[in-house]
Design a protein around this ligand. Sequence first.
Ligand code: HAM
Length: 422
Amino acid sequence: MIQIPRGTKDILPTDSSKWQYIEEVLRETCRNFNYKEIRTPIFEQTELFVRGVGDTTDIVNKEMYTFTDKGDRSMTLRPEGTAPAVRSYIENKMYGDPNQPIKLFYQGPMFRYERQQKGRYRQFEQFGVEAIGVEDPLIDVEVISLLLDIYKSFGLEKLELHINSIGDFESREEYQKALREHFAPSIGEFCSDCQSRLDKNPMRILDCKTDANHPLMKTAPNIQEYLNDASKEYFEAVKETLTKMGIGFVVDPNLVRGLDYYTHTAFELMSSAEGFGAITTLAGGGRYNGLIEMLDGPSETGIGFGMSIERLLLALEAEGIELPIDDTIDFYLVTMGEVARTEASVILHRLRTNGYRADMDYKARGMKAQIKDADRKKAKYMIVLGDSELESGKIHVRNMETREEVEANLDRFEEEVNFDEA
Ligand code: HAM
């Protein structure tokens, strides 16, 4: 039997209504914040991620699904959404749009060849936003508050917002220099990845999963001490506004994020719910002031975040939150005999055309089995249709919850039923 690829999953009909509910909340929140959807291809030229995400990152070095197409071009299934959004921003000259900043959201499958574990998949559904074209602490705060709004609107409470500033290029350079000096004498004790990171991007060493417990990790220089005045001021403004909004946060100087393009504000939302599992990061994002130029665009800047719906679902589960999903149907037609079955399908057509959710039995089951089916399908009302009902044009509509029955007319019962009672 052919099986589903490792690290992927089917979203079965029993679960898909949860996904649809979540997707609707995401869209609604974006409407409130005035972010508009962008849809980009699932694959892009490999070069986009090598340059955009960075050739020292795990994503680019180990995790990309890269293939050569029939035209001999190297293509990659997108591992994240920021580089494609920025590619499209540049290509479609959105920087020339009078409507600034450009506020985008996206949702779709992303692909990373990672070791599968709870909360980590090879294909996952990522939702993200990007606000491009403005460098202002207030837009950073807007993006962070949008993120929190999403999680709070599901009733989640065990959330912890971690923020940090990676500073501007000047501060980042100073910090990288300090990190090199710190790690260089003992770099031989680190993994080969870290050895190559030392030169190219020593901040990546702080992210290393293999060497996380090396004593030098704990004594590594703190980025906060390398921020220049402009970077400090920027970060202060972000923190101050968050505080005024009542958004709590923890400053986490070790938060450097796994992608190369970050400057200034970086943040992650973690779940502090018990039993969440080893990976507690629900979402991550930050400001990227060099990315657009790195991809041959104008000197504009942006900020955004990404989150997977899979991890949101894990958080809901860990906090025991049930989503208010309405998977009821309005009417179930129980039929007795062939004539009634045909008539029921015509009535179903009428009901559905008028916007009612309705269903019937198609397996010619007995009456008892059909009533059970009506319950299983969460019908609000049930109608039994047999020869006598068809003859008289009168039926009984049964409220499935109270088990009460009222008489109604076959040709317009849907208008006679009081739905407020159901
Ligand atoms: P990231 O931290 O690589 O950032 O991923 C963001 C979120 O995507 C994670 O916090 C997690 O919810 C989800 N995620 C990532 N990998 C997996 C996986 N293998 N399985 C399940 N979920 C996963 C980015 O992708 C940046 N583009 C975020 C961003 C947007 N920064 C600025 N704008």
